[in-house]
Ligand binder design. Sequence first.
Ligand code: SAM
Ligand code: SF4
Ligand code: F3S
Length: 433
Amino acid sequence: MKYWIETYGCQMNKAESEAFELELNHNMWESAENPLEANLAVINTCSVRETAEERIWGRIGYYKRVKKDNPSLILIITGCMAERLGSKFLGNGSPVDKVFGTFSKHKIIDFVLNKSDFDPSSNLYKFSKVHTTEGKFKSFVPIMNGCNNFCSYCIVPYVRGRELSRNPDEIFSEIEELEKRGIKEITLLGQNVNSYYYNNGETGESLDFPELLKKISEKVNSIEWIRFLTSHPKDLGDKLINVMAKSNNICRHIHLPLQSGSDVILKKMNRKYNSDFYNNLVKKIKYDIPDASITTDIIVGFPGESKEDYDMTYNLMNSIKFNEAFTYYYNPREGTKAFDFEDNIPKEEKLRRLSEIIELQKKITVLKKKEKIGATLKVLAEGFSKNNSNELIGRTEFDEMIVFNGKHDKIGLYSMVKILFVKGNTFIGEIVT
Ligand code: SAM
Ligand code: SF4
Ligand code: F3S
């Protein structure tokens, strides 16, 4: 039997799809070359922006055509959009056979293996185990699910539910298992990892994120890089910065979404910090970890964002100089608080603001990269570069892409690479050891 999985959205979705693939492989399923030869197709969906949902509807139209040539194909919709829209995917000539929301994702495997049917009353999120397939050297490790922050624009708390921190013993044993499988790099995942908090009811012991990270950092051997995503600025404290500064295996990269540089907009977004707080946090990080790379998310065109509000975002990006920024224009999401605000910035203006900050960030990214020319950095080689089989592509601990000379025997291993120059926005380097 063959499966085909399509994954949209964030790393959490990717991690869950990988775990699902692994379970299918354990049960003698194989991955298909294309949906036409598959017995099962799964679309793991995202609701964060309208564009993400539109793509999924497009894919469902595509599967309607695929099913004409492959009528026995079972099509399952899962993930955040499945949680949001549920049975709206079914009926009326829809090619969709089953819908599993976020909280019943883990039941897909039972359904596929005919052990049980869908239980729509399920409301308990279950962390899936060991997120890696054979031959891989990087893995996600989910440590939390859900979000309690209710940023006014965001659908995530509605489709992923309230925060749930994973049992640390489960996390440790999963990481141990990953090491046995040869994994070299892990990324701890959660919508807001800094609010991780686990209290063991039996022993009364509790653990917060800096303590969890410290323990993981002390336990691992062959895993030399530990990453984590995402940090909400309001919850990132000195304790975490100290743990990072003292460790030699926690990557010095923090993804710290700013969203806006205007205090008025940040308040309307319900982000619970202002631009001064954010600025001071960045300064603190840079003081304790001078070479830390800081990346961010920005939304422009939020309801009521005046020209002055937008300029504040532009100016703050220009002064902080993020290593990278993921930029979006505001998308109203039904059910969120901001959906009731007047979406008063015309689309053309949202796009104009967006392209302006994209241009700004491009320049900053290249500028920051050029500062590193001549440095020798540790790189994990991930595979061959697209154009040349004598060239490898890898990443630095700062999550920067680098192309360098090297053969297949270096793939999946750490090398020391000297940065020669920057092409486009990619480092070009030369292997040292
Ligand atoms: N939990 C993370 C955080 O707090 O930053 C990430 C959440 S979300 C998956 C990733 C990014 O999508 C957000 O940081 C935000 O910039 C963007 N985003 C979320 N909702 C949006 C919306 N309605 N319109 C535009 N961008 C949105
Ligand atoms: Fe969404 Fe805010 Fe939660 Fe991030 S912290 S997932 S942006 S509600
Ligand atoms: Fe999208 Fe759900 Fe992630 S809405 S961004 S897949 S948590």
